[in-house]
Structure formats: structure tokens, C-alpha cells
Write a protein that binds this ligand. Structure first.
Ligand code: GDP
Ligand code: IMO
Ligand code: MG
Length: 424
């Protein structure tokens, strides 16, 4: 994802899975919401790789992902209910940190506190992602492998619960959580997940040795990156491409290509700066035509014009070699379309590169290039030559500005609504 998430990664991954032996999630958790529409049926995936929708493809959850066992079982159950065989195709890393009930409690209680104290909330998904990653880097997390050892699990859980109850009650005015229900639920989930737990890094290494194509599926987006994003309005992992290595155990020299997924306009859920955000009929039109409501939280997404300063930054950070431009069909019907080509900071200085200082970024206003719009319906376009000339000009202008070829274009929500020239 090259923006603030929801670029259409799930659909692109599902489409490309046709060429893959395996699909791997490497960061984030069930804060992600990847929506696929296959033969008119909508499926939302949060933790399980989008490759699960193609028979015979192996799916992996790498060590960089934070796993809520209760959620994972629910998601597996929902996929089984629509006839998918998940259990024989999914392998979960032993090293994934667990998200347990107190993480979500902490996440939500902190958001409430930020709101009432005037610090301002982040607008998290409330799934416990941040607190779970804190425990990981704090070297006190319970991990998937601990589910196999009830006694060790109980000891660690007691310590962790004591720590977090202290904050919940003492600082956040929330209720303390009980040990027993958390322990029992985790042990039960552990039993059920056990056959799916293993050494993901080794399995990927073996697949790679055999020459198999492996697809790494990012969640969230570049500007939500904990290091490179619009801190503190970010998530707690690295959605940039480098995390595909650290989050799975595959070395950087093994990655051949990086496909950046970008929407033809920009959306953002939650709080934080967004230079090209629109509060007018154009923005409402994007929201309505693009059905911009969150997959995971149902929140309305903020909408704005495409931002080339941010897109160039995303290309740089992830070493993007080709771009997928999704939801081009949503822009049909505008008399003119705009793309931000540079920012002006508070002092009126022009910035072509993404500012590294958050205070500068907060004060930036975009400068636009305007292109003529198009009114044709793109939903049936399957070849570049099917696109009306003005839509093609828009695509070409983006590719030229970021110096990366656009090899996939989304022309509708359905699985096959793409113009595909991806280099595999
Ligand atoms: P992700 O989080 O990046 O996987 O994206 P989401 O699934 O949260 O949001 C993207 C939404 O746009 C989903 O509802 C997709 O089905 C839909 N979508 C993806 N590509 C296209 C496209 O090219 N055109 C249209 N109209 N919808 C698309
Ligand atoms: P996908 O994979 C869009 C946002 C939240 C909030 C911030 C921090 O579907 O693109 P968190 O719960 O992660 O601590 O929230 O990050 N956020 C997303 N926004 N798409 C996502 O995932 C997101 N995952 C987290 O809205 O602003
Ligand atoms: Mg999403």
C-alpha cells in the first residue's frame, strides 16, 4: 500500500495469486480489512492472506504479524462456512506475538483518554494492535509457540496481566481483567490452531529453493508506517516493503519485484494530516462512487485527490518497481481531475519531496495539476486501448511523474475487472 491503506491490495493480491504458489502476510494484524468480490460475492479478510480464495495456494502468516487467536479462529470458521479448506493450507509462524483481550481494552481505553485529555485520539481500529506490538518490542509478549506450553503460558500471562491491569485500573479508569477466562480461551484456541502452527521462515525458504513464486501481501499503507508514516497517526508496524523480509524470515536479496498499490485518488480512515483531503462535492462523489467505508470498522473514509509527493515517497521507501492503480473507474464523471504535484509549506516554500518533519507536513498545502476528466464507464475495460484517451492521459501523467510503470489498472470491484500487464 502506497497511501493510508485501503488501496485495494486484497483484490490485487487475489488477482496475482493466479501466478503464485504461496501468499504471505508479514505485518499488521486484524486491523486490516481486505475486501474481495468474486462472482458477485463479497468476502472480507483481515488476518488470513488473500491467496486463500484460490484453491491449492499455500497461505502463511509470518512472524511480523500480531495474531488474535480468537479472531483468527472466527475468520477461519467464516471461510470454512463458504466452503474453503483453510486448515490444510494455512501455516502460522510460531513467533507471532499474540493479541489478547487486555490489548484491545488498553487500545480503546487509551483512545478514550486521549480524547478527553485533549491530546487528540489517533482513531485506531481498537483491535489492540499497538499494545500487542509494544509487548513484542518490550520482550514480554506471549507468542504463538507459548500456546503449546500451558504452564509457561500461565506464568507469563499472570505477569503480563498484572502489568496491564495496573494501567487499566490505575491510569485509564477501566476495569481489571480476570486471568481464568483469558487463559482458558487461549488454551482452547491453541488446541484448535495447533496443527496450523509451524516454522514459516523455513517453509518459505524451501519453497523458494524449489523456484516457487511467493507473493508477500502488505497490510495498511506507507503513510501509516511506524517509522516513515505520519507519526503519531500511524499503525504500529512497518507496511513498507522491507518488512516482507523481517516479518517472514526471507532475506532481502530474495525479493525480485515490489508492486506498489495506489488508489486513483486517496483515502484515509482515522485521524491525522491529509493535504489533499476534500470537504466538498468532489470528495463526496469519490466517497459515494467508491463506496469508501471501512471494511473493519465501517467508518466513512476521508477522500481526496491523488498526491504525487506522497506517492513518490512511497515508491522511494519501498523500492517500488511497478504500480497497480486501482479504482480508476470511480473517477469517471468528473469534468476535470486533479493531482497534487508539490506542497507549499507554511512559509510559502515549494516542496517536491515529502517533508521528514511532521510539523512541516502538518502545515503543507498541495498545489495541483488539472487534467480534463472523462465520463465513459470503465467497468468493461480489459486492455489499455479500451480506456478513453483522457483516462489514459491521467494514468500516463502519474507514471511519468513517479517514473514507475503502471502495470495493473483496476476498473471495478470484481475479480476480473482489471487491465493486467504485470511483470511476474
Ligand atoms: P485493501 O485494504 O487495500 O485491501 O482495500 P479494501 O478492501 O479495504 O478497500 C478497497 C475497496 O475497493 C474494496 O471494497 C474493493 O473491493 C474495492 N476495489 C478494489 N479495486 C477496485 C477497483 O478497481 N474499482 C472499484 N470500483 N473498486 C475496487
Ligand atoms: P488495510 O490493510 C486503513 C489506521 C487506523 C488508524 C491507524 C492506527 O485494510 O489497508 P491501528 O488499529 O492500526 O493501531 O490504527 O491506522 N489503519 C488502517 N487504515 N486501512 C487499514 O488496513 C488500516 N489499519 C489501520 O484507522 O488511523
Ligand atoms: Mg482495507
Amino acid at each position: 500500500g502506497t497511501q493510508w491503506g485501503d488501496e485495494g491490495k486484497g483484490k490485487v493480491v487475489d488477482w496475482l495469486t493466479d501466478h503464485a504458489a504461496a501468499v504471505v502476510r508479514f505485518q499488521g494484524g486484524h486491523n486490516a480489512g481486505h475486501t474481495l468480490v468474486i462472482r458477485g460475492v463479497k468476502t472480507a479478510l483481515q488476518l488470513i492472506p488473500s491467496g486463500i480464495m484460490r484453491d491449492g495456494v499455500a497461505c502463511f502468516i509470518g512472524n511480523g504479524v500480531v495474531v488474535d487467536p480468537a479472531h483468527l479462529l472466527g475468520e477461519i470458521g467464516r471461510l470454512e462456512a463458504i466452503g474453503l479448506d483453510v486448515r490444510s493450507r494455512l501455516l502460522i509462524s510460531e513467533s507471532c506475538p499474540l493479541i489478547l483481550p487486555f490489548h484491545a481494552e488498553l487500545d480503546r481505553a487509551r483512545e478514550r483518554l486521549r480524547e478527553t485529555s485533549g491530546t487528540g485520539k489517533i482513531g485506531t481500529t481498537g483491535k489492540g494492535i499497538g499494545p500487542a506490538y509494544e509487548d513484542k518490542v518490550g520482550r514480554r509478549a506471549l507468542r504463538v509457540q507459548d500456546l503449546k506450553h500451558p504452564e509457561r503460558f500461565a506464568t507469563k500471562l499472570r505477569e503480563l496481566l498484572e502489568l496491564h491491569n495496573f494501567a487499566l485500573v490505575g491510569q485509564l479508569g477501566a476495569a481489571a481483567l480476570e486471568f481464568e477466562p483469558i487463559f482458558d480461551a487461549a488454551m482452547q484456541a491453541g488446541q484448535s490452531l495447533r496443527p496450523m502452527i509451524g516454522d514459516v521462515g523455513y517453509a518459505l525458504h524451501k519453497l523458494h529453493e524449489r523456484g516457487a513464486n511467493i507473493l508477500f501481501e502488505g497490510a495498511q499503507g506507507t503513510l501509516l508506517d511506524i517509522d516513515h508514516g505520519t507519526y503519531p497517526f500511524v499503525t504500529s508496524s512497518n507496511p513498507t516493503a522491507g518488512a516482507a523480509c523481517t516479518g517472514t524470515g526471507i532475506g532481502p536479496t530474495r525479493i525480485d519485484r515490489v508492486l506498489g498499490v495506489t488508489k486513483a485518488y486517496v483515502t484515509r480512515v482515522g485521524e491525522g494530516p491529509f493535504p489533499t483531503e476534500l470537504d466538498d462535492d468532489d470528495g463526496r462523489r469519490m466517497m459515494e462512487r467508491g463506496n469508501e467505508f471501512g471494511t473493519t470498522t465501517g467508518r466513512q473514509r476521508r477522500c481526496g485527490w491523488l498526491d504525487l509527493v506522497a506517492l513518490r515517497y512511497a515508491v522511494r521507501l519501498s523500492g517500488v518497481t511497478q504500480l497497480a492503480l486501482t479504482k480508476l473507474d470511480v473517477l469517471s464523471g468528473f469534468d476535470r481531475v486533479r493531482i497534487a504535484i508539490r506542497y507549499r509549506d507554511r512559509d510559502g516554500q515549494a516542496l517536491s519531496d515529502f517533508p521528514y518533519h511532521q510539523t512541516v507536513f502538518h502545515g503543507c498545502t498541495p498545489e495541483y495539476e488539472e487534467l480534463p476528466g472523462w465520463h465513459e464507464d470503465l467497468s468493461g475495460c480489459r486492455e489499455p486501448s479500451d480506456l478513453p484517451p483522457r483516462a489514459r492521459d491521467y494514468v500516463d501523467a502519474i507514471a511519468a511523474a513517479v517514473q514507475v510503470p503502471i502495470t495493473l489498472i483496476g476498473t471495478g470491484q470484481g475479480r476480473h475487472q482489471v487491465i493486467d500487464q504485470v511483470e511476474i
